[in-house]
Design a protein around this ligand. Structure first.
Ligand code: SF4
Length: 180
């Protein structure tokens, strides 16, 4: 049987979903018997590879880097999972949206609430170019599965991965919602 090519991707999120992935503990050893993790924030892979079977995408789309990365991930991935509520609904990452356009957001962060007031480091490339609004990932690409939670618990992540490894497809159970 071909080994599963699994990726995890970190867009505009707090990394809490990835912490939950690491909470899989000994199941990660079991997973390693049938799957290769070909891209992940904690492995040394600079480029998102081609022919990825499954990707867990954490975080919303907050800036141009996120958007470009997500388009690349979608193009190169068979089965894309919105991993957590920021990816699926904007959630915490989208809390900036009521502040208005990117200029207002940066002014709020670096001038209005900073002590002493600073200036947004956008020109230096330290902060990527913000999108006008934070978007859940299904507003940018098609999503195959939404794994809800902030973060999704390790047992729920395991449940989905076990069923994918077993060759099943959604709907898996009442904890996972399928859209589209
Ligand atoms: Fe963090 Fe929750 Fe967003 Fe996951 S869903 S990135 S844990 S805020």
């Amino acid at each position: 049987m071909d080994r599963l090519r699994l990726a995890t991707v970190w867009l505009g999120g707090c990394s809490g979903c990835h912490m939950s992935f690491l909470d899989l503990d000994e199941y990660l050893i079991t997973l390693a018997e049938v799957a290769d993790i070909v891209y992940c924030p904690i492995i040394d892979a600079k480029e998102y590879p081609r022919d990825v079977d499954v990707a867990l995408v954490e975080g919303a789309v907050a800036n141009e880097e996120n958007r470009e990365m997500l388009l690349r991930v979608r193009e190169r991935t068979k089965f894309l999972i919105a991993f957590g509520d920021c990816a699926g609904a904007g959630n915490v990452t989208a809390m900036r949206n009521p502040l208005g356009d990117p200029e207002s957001v940066l002014a709020r962060s670096y001038v209005d609430t900073a002590e002493p007031p600073s200036s947004p480091p956008v020109a230096a490339g330290i902060v990527p170019i913000l999108l006008p609004r934070v978007l859940p990932i299904h507003r940018v690409v098609n999503v195959d599965l939404f794994l809800q939670g902030c973060p999704p618990s390790a047992p729920r992540i395991r449940n989905v991965l076990e069923q994918i490894v077993a060759g099943r497809r959604p709907p898996f159970d009442d904890m996972v919602v399928r859209f589209g």
